[in-house]
Design a protein around this ligand. Structure first.
Ligand SMILES: Cc1cc2nc3c(=O)[nH]c(=O)nc-3n(C[C@H](O)[C@H](O)[C@H](O)COP(=O)(O)O)c2cc1C
Length: 641
């Protein structure tokens, strides 16, 4: 980066042209995700180092550039290497694969077949993103640039047209026009509630007071969600550009990015981005010569889920404990230090430059009547392809789970999908063709939330699922209001009783009663939405609750106190496999003696069930029925002769 201040839109355009002119179009680019936690944790840095070493050794520095990027979405296949201009896509690359990639693909321009993605359902190989079902069905307008950008290089962002929306907003539009464009786009907040962004901006803009704040909510405390982290790690300038545009429209000169404590890489990439933006004069005084001043402070989160709630987050920025407070007056009017404060999610801010550049009508052309644009989901659970997916609003669950996610793992059957984070709802198979948008998800008792999507197969127990989420929420409730603190705990106690065989018929009614109270009387949305996992599973999977309560049976064989493992003496071949693998030596027997599980020692770890050869299938799981007593004569038939 040149390190010089840009003082006009023309200067920005000149800089962009300068960056592009210095880039040799004939050079190959090897893109590796080393700037994101997902890539790093799977060893992408070692792959990258090996590339650097081998390219140096071969003297190819003038023919190949390495681009270290943020998350590219298909995290479970990391380390991923993409070679541009063609976009050749290699998965699960190891450092020792690098010499072959260099000789075969970079030199010979041939494919290394074994490193291509193989579709788990069709077994077809895909050489490029456009051949891979995970990518070809997505619409990556917000997330797609991650693979072209080194977040430590502002020039990469500018080369792709970055900060041109800011330039347009500051120099060609009035704040009112920017606001109108966002209102017209119908952009709704991506952080949970789906509140119309333009209306919130307008509220803060019109609120009395000279000093106003704009804030990025990058707290992202939902288990399993990591889209905000990946966006902030991989493309921090897109978020900053949106924030500066918002600040201009609202009339704010001070912004905050509230980042979760556990996201050190996001903080580090963000700080580099802030420094570089300041050096170019894209932050600070008189941005792009427009007369508009604005700067940003980074605030590390309190490490608590509840601190992502708007009033809690603002209290934390003030230096107090990050707990929600009553919002008699909305934070958009009375937020940080009682000043008007506009809070938006990472993805919401990153969408703003796209709207300014392409226009509200373009944005409204994507999505459904009530939910415009795209949404990034973290698709996890029992699907073949897990990762971050960006799809137009209105894509059906079936398309997301089966076309993009590649269907259910190990040929199992789809049972349900949980959306919206810990306080979302569970959606059963009958709604598989539901178009996913804010309103449709609410209609079936779930919500968009920040975009978590956990796919469940037939081996998932719905009572245990509700208990899992309630356990999370009970731990995260700040305890300030009684309905949330006590109500969630009581629901958790009842669910625990049911999953441990102490459930009573009246429990269902009691759960519904407590859920209604928590929903109606909690102080913040942590409490008001906490009953969702309970109510949705009760609504769609009541028979499972009844089986647990009335028959002490867990139909999915998940709740340990309700299941037992038993070796069928008619089928056991005394092969010793389960006996050897049992981690607690609960299985007795010998090569001539059929095996028996000591129920007092068994920890129900499922190992014996998994390792018993399918041709014998001697290990059975029992639930809701007693374990038959061991047979007297344990000598195996073949051993008797
Ligand atoms: C318990 C709780 C946790 C929340 N955590 C987050 C979060 O991590 N990130 C986020 O953007 N919104 C979170 N929200 C929603 C925020 O309160 C707020 O609605 C959102 O940041 C507004 O941005 P948006 O309009 O762009 O969606 C949370 C809400 C609650 C009740």
């Amino acid at each position: 980066m040149a390190g010089k201040r840009i003082s006009s839109p023309e200067g920005l355009e000149q800089l962009r042209k300068g960056i592009l002119s210095k880039r040799d179009p004939n050079k190959l680019i090897v893109s590796i995700c080393t700037m994101s936690v997902c890539g790093q944790s799977r060893g992408s840095a070692d792959v990258c180092e090996r590339f650097k070493e081998e390219i140096r050794r071969a003297g190819f520095e003038d023919k190949v550039d390495i681009r270290e990027t943020g998350c590219q979405g298909f995290c479970e296949r990391e380390p991923v290497v993409i070679i541009f201009p063609e976009g050749i896509y290699y998965v699960n690359v190891k450092p020792d694969d690098v010499p072959e990639i260099i000789s075969t693909t970079l030199v010979e321009r041939e494919l290394v077949e074994r490193l291509l993605y193989t579709d788990p359902t069709t077994s077809k190989k895909g050489a490029k993103e456009s051949d891979i079902s995970f990518y070809k069905n997505q619409m990556r307008i917000v997330f797609g640039n991650n693979r072209h950008i080194n977040p430590g290089e502002i020039d990469d962002y500018i080369a792709l047209g970055g900060y041109s929306a800011l330039s347009r907003a500051l120099l060609q539009m009035t704040p009112e026009q920017v606001l109108e464009e966002i209102k017209k786009s119908n952009l709704r907040g991506r952080g949970g509630g789906g509140f119309p962004t333009g209306i919130k901006w307008e509220t803060t803009r019109n609120a009395p007071g000279e000093i106003k704040y704009v804030i990025v909510n990058a707290d992202e405390g939902d288990p399993g969600a990591y889209m905000d982290r990946s966006l902030l790690e991989g493309n921090p300038h897109s978020v900053l550009e949106g924030l500066i545009i918002g600040a201009y429209a609202i009339g704010s000169s001070q912004g905050f990015v509230y980042v979760r404590q556990e996201y050190p890489l996001a903080v580090s990439n963000l700080n580099v981005a802030l420094e570089q933006a300041r050096e170019y004069g894209l932050l600070g005084e008189n941005i792009l010569g427009s007369g508009f001043d604005f700067d940003v402070k980074v605030h590390r989160g309190a490490g608590a889920f509840v601190s992502g709630e708007s009033s809690a987050l603002m209290t934390a920025i003030e230096g107090e404990v990050g707990e929600p407070r009553p919002k008699y007056i909305r934070t958009a009017v009375k937020g940080i230090w009682d000043r008007p404060s506009n809070l938006n999610n990472v993805e919401t801010w990153a969408t703003v430059p796209l709207i300014i550049n392409n226009g509200a009508d373009w944005f409204r052309g994507i999505g459904t009547e009530g939910s415009k644009g795209t949404k990034i989901f973290s698709l996890v659970g029992k699907v073949n392809n897990t990762g971050l997916v960006e799809v137009p609003m209105g894509m059906t669950l079936r398309e997301i789970i089966f076309n993009i996610g590649g269907g259910i793992r190990d040929g199992r059957k789809f049972k349900a999908v949980q959306t919206g984070g810990p306080s979302g709802g569970v959606i059963p198979e009958k709604f598989i063709d539901l178009p996913v948008d804010f309103d449709e998800l609410s209609k079936v008792g779930s919500m968009m939330g920040s975009g978590g999507m956990v796919v469940m197969d037939e081996d998932t127990c719905m009572v245990d699922t509700a208990r899992y989420f309630l356990n999370f929420l009970a731990g995260e409730s700040c305890g300030k209001c009684v309905p949330c603190r006590e109500g969630i705990k009581q629901m958790l106690n009842i669910l625990t009783d049911i999953t441990e065989g102490r459930g009573e018929k009246k429990d269902i009614e009691l759960l519904e009663e407590v859920a209604a109270m928590v929903k109606d009387f909690s102080l913040c949305a942590l409490g008001t939405s906490a009953p969702n996992p309970v109510l949705s599973t009760l609504k769609y999977f009541r028979d499972e609750y009844l089986a647990h309560i009335e028959q002490k049976r867990c139909p999915a064989y998940v709740c340990k106190p309700l299941i037992s493992y038993y070796i069928d003496p008619e089928k056991c071949q005394a092969c010793m496999i389960c006996l050897r693998q049992c981690p607690v030596e609960a299985i007795s027997g010998s090569k001539n003696q059929i095996h028996v599980i000591d129920q007092t020692k068994c920890t129900k770890c499922n190992t014996c069930f998994e390792v018993c050869p399918p041709r014998f299938s001697a290990v059975r799981r029992l639930s809701g029925e007693p374990v038959p007593p061991p047979v007297e004569d344990r000598v195996l038939a073949r051993g008797k002769g």
